[in-house]
Design a protein around this ligand. Structure first.
Ligand code: SF4
Ligand code: SF4
Length: 91
């Protein structure tokens, strides 16, 4: 109950709606695909990126990007991203 109200408070602080659009902070994105699952509007896609370092062993090297025209500003992806890689910005 307590957690629910804290979460609601947190959500209320994030701007959203038609004047806002999601933005991925590339450096924080780990390509986990959670945001594409929660986005009901097909406004996020993952793309392959080159390895930051050839000596690093990473299985997945993908990043998310927002399709601005499709994004409705619903904020679901911000809440769903485990690394806080998504923010809402002015459209
Ligand atoms: S949920 Fe966050 S970390 Fe995962 S792919 Fe989306 S933006 Fe990247
Ligand atoms: S704000 Fe909503 S519509 Fe926009 S990318 Fe995130 S989940 Fe999709």
């Amino acid at each position: 109950m307590m957690l629910d109200s804290m979460r609601a408070e947190e959500e209320a602080k994030i701007k959203g709606g038609e004047d806002a659009v999601a933005w991925v902070k590339k450096e924080l994105c780990i390509g986990c695909d959670q945001c594409t699952i929660v986005c009901d509007d097909d406004a996020i896609e993952l793309y392959d990126t080159p390895l930051a370092s050839p000596i690093m062993e990473v299985e997945v090297n993908r990043k998310a990007r927002i399709l601005r025209d499709e994004c409705t500003g619903c904020k679901l992806c911000v809440l769903g991203c485990p690394t806080d890689a998504i923010i809402m910005i002015d459209r």
